[in-house]
Design a binder for this molecule. Sequence first.
Ligand code: NAP
Length: 289
Amino acid sequence: MNKPTVAVLGTGILGTPIARNLLEAGYPVRVWNRTPAKARALAEHGALAADSPAEAVDGAGVVLTVLIDAAATRAAVDAAADRLAPGTIWAEMGTVGIADVPELAALAAERNLVFVDAPVQGARPLAEQGKLLIYAAGPERAKPVLEPIFDVLGRRTDWLDNRAEGAKATAIKLVVNSWVFALTTASAEAVALARGLDLDPERFRTAIEGGPIDNAWAQMRSAAILADDFSPMFSVRSAVKDASLIASAADSADVRLDLADAVRERFEWAASDGHADQDIIATYFASFR
Ligand SMILES: NC(=O)c1ccc[n+]([C@@H]2O[C@H](COP(=O)([O-])OP(=O)(O)OC[C@H]3O[C@@H](n4cnc5c(N)ncnc54)[C@H](OP(=O)(O)O)[C@@H]3O)[C@@H](O)[C@H]2O)c1
């Protein structure tokens, strides 16, 4: 099958490696970003850097949205609408809320687009390595086109449903994020407690190493705290947004999540204390407020 032109709307932490990997795999790629410099940086790798969402989607067979939230996604697709050909496949790869998915699906239906809810798991390094985990829900006819693209971007795609509006892909994404956030916060708190107790905080890592309570994420993220490396793989700003989406999802399902509420409060504090653009492990600083 000929490779379709792919438009990537949003070239932030996640969208940039997504666009680069598609370029390396030989896809024609057109990119747009609100802050144009981030899109222009991809031009040297062969992307067409567009000045508007409409210019970016012109002639594209596939549109990938990798924007911060549903409002930014809706605005970009609205702005592109006149140049989106009927039948264009739109995969929404950012993280939005469960209630947002049917609204975005309805917008796609109004425009005769084929909508796929396709959030991803995996921070910047995995995106760069093309090893994201993709959760996808959408019509069967999108699969033959998207599967080769998702194979470039991810190590696996879990197809959940052929009705995107059911939001099953976004639902599992939020479930997994609640787990990631809990692990991240627990790692940060353990390092903070070790420091507070005048222990060498490295002792936390060695104390769990190799045993049944060891965990690769805890090792990696606590190592980042100890190295004073808060460069964003996944920003606190995005985590505040996702923590709120998790809370709304839990409310809608009448499920009580005490840990998620505490995690959210720490992210909110970290964001308001100047850590919004740092990695989520900056939740560590909330232990010393
Ligand atoms: N990074 C990860 O590890 C990861 C993993 C899984 C899922 N996600 C999800 O993927 C999405 C993108 O995340 P990211 O890490 O790439 O975040 P990011 O680096 O902050 O990028 C966010 C993108 O959204 C754009 N944006 C923000 N507000 C906007 C607005 N009002 N109008 C138009 N564009 C706007 C940004 O444009 P500017 O450049 O102009 O700010 C940028 O293109 C988010 O939904 C996030 O939750 C991220």
